[in-house]
Design a protein around this ligand. Structure first.
Ligand code: SF4
Length: 420
């Protein structure tokens, strides 16, 4: 069955620089017990499997690059904002060996030299003809690895190639010149020390970059996922409750101050080993010293642009300023067509942005202003680590923010990583 929604903007648009996902399959054959794609219905069982039609993608890209646009997604494509291949489901599930939808998709993307980040745990990418296609395209491969005690990791990643197989995969791809990142996702709280072992392996395998994000716990305490996770990580639910994990959407996430020490520990060790490091937690994205969010794709992909007309972009442009003010310059690129149908109700905020606003640009700006001034802080500057209220408002009534001393000290202690 043809996959209708194979390409879409994600609801992370208000804070993500690469909010465009593409999936070659609507399902995944791996069984990671922390997989939220499955929990959210983003992955389906094989009997209703939908698959991308690579020829449809080829026609779409040809139309877009001939200037015929039919929506905001097309505008992002024309702008060459990188695609995240595998945003919902692993593109290298074992069925790829005979269905080859990912291979054909990669060939189409290569034809347009379209900048693409690939997220996977499957090791088919190291086989021919994949390697040849990846080498001659505009690709960057991110291999996901759970970080924690080996025994725990084995239990939560059922059916997935082993850690050593994935490190071998990173080494094999790196050796052919394909840029490779390791995504430490998820990191198990309290087991961060185990990451040092993986970091050392990463360094000697030629990996260029690592990013890290803690485990999120599904809110449904009786879900199959939660019981698998609890069986593998004793006391997980109690630990999250005792640490005051907060509910975000359908997940419990650890508080920012609980995650900070572990993330800085990982960052410091990664940098000491000569690796680039990306903070993948939303509240830490402003600490990434790349144009792209946590993934540093600007260092590894060619001829691409990143979306910065959002809250994160506004913050990052002012990280060296004393005052942080709402500012969306007139020349900031935004799609001319509406993006609102791509946002879920949480991303849109409580107040529905009026459809009577004259242009999608104004509507988008109003959405950002709502987030900027939100009293809960959710989605606005206060949700970012170390950003504090200045207590004043600007001439338009928008709140002014500042950096806490800790944030200032942290940024000034950073040595900006060298390019390349
Ligand atoms: S590989 Fe990715 S999509 Fe597949 S089960 Fe694991 S986390 Fe989910």
């Amino acid at each position: 069955m043809s996959y209708k929604y194979y390409l879409a903007l994600t609801s992370q648009l208000p804070f993500c620089s690469v909010p465009l996902r593409i999936d070659t399959y609507s399902g995944c054959q791996f069984s990671c017990s922390y997989c939220f794609s499955k929990a959210r219905g983003g992955a389906v069982s094989s009997n209703t499997l939908q698959e991308i039609e690579p020829e449809q993608l080829r026609k779409r890209l040809a139309r877009v690059f001939n200037g015929k646009l039919s929506g905001a997604v097309d505008e992002f494509l024309l702008r060459r904002v990188p695609l995240q291949l595998g945003g919902m489901n692993d593109p290298f599930s074992p069925w790829e060996a005979h269905r080859k939808r990912t291979l054909d998709t990669l060939k189409v993307l290569r034809e347009f030299q379209y900048p693409t980040l690939i997220s996977t745990k499957g090791n088919l990418a190291t086989k021919q003809p994949y390697v040849e296609v990846l080498q001659s395209g505009n690709f960057y491969v991110r291999i996901s690895i759970s970080v924690g005690a080996l025994d725990t990791v084995r239990k939560i990643e059922k059916g997935v190639p082993s850690l050593s197989a994935r490190i071998d995969m990173a080494e094999a791809l790196s050796a052919t010149g394909i840029p490779v990142s390791l995504r430490f996702q998820p990191v198990i709280f309290g087991q961060e020390e185990d990451a040092l072992r993986v970091l050392k392996l990463a360094g000697s395998a030629g990996v260029r970059h690592v990013s890290a994000e803690y485990l999120k716990l599904p809110i449904e305490s009786r879900s199959r996922q939660t019981s698998y996770l609890s069986a593998a990580i004793p006391d997980l639910v109690n630990t999250y409750h005792s640490l005051d994990a907060k509910r975000v959407g359908r997940e419990f996430v650890l508080p920012t101050e609980v995650k900070a020490p572990g993330l800085f520990f990982l960052r410091d060790n990664a940098v000491a080993m000569g690796l680039k490091f990306g903070f993948a937690e939303n509240e830490f994205l402003h600490l990434n010293q790349f144009s792209s969010c946590c993934n540093a794709a600007d260092l590894f992909l060619n001829n691409c642009n990143f979306f910065s007309g959002n809250i994160l972009g506004i913050l990052k442009r002012q990280m060296t300023n004393e005052k942080i003010e709402f500012c969306l310059p007139q020349d900031e690129w935004l799609p001319k067509m509406s993006v609102f149908s791509h946002l879920n109700s949480r991303s849109r905020g409580k107040r529905l942005v009026s459809t009577k606003e004259p242009t999608p640009r104004t509507r988008w700006k109003n959405l950002l202003i709502d987030k900027w001034n939100s009293t809960s802080g959710r989605g606005g500057p206060l949700s970012f680590w170390g950003v504090v209220s200045d207590g004043r408002v600007d001439s338009h009534g928008n709140k002014i923010y500042a950096q806490s001393r800790l944030l200032r000290d942290t940024l000034s202690s950073y040595v900006v990583p060298a390019e390349g």
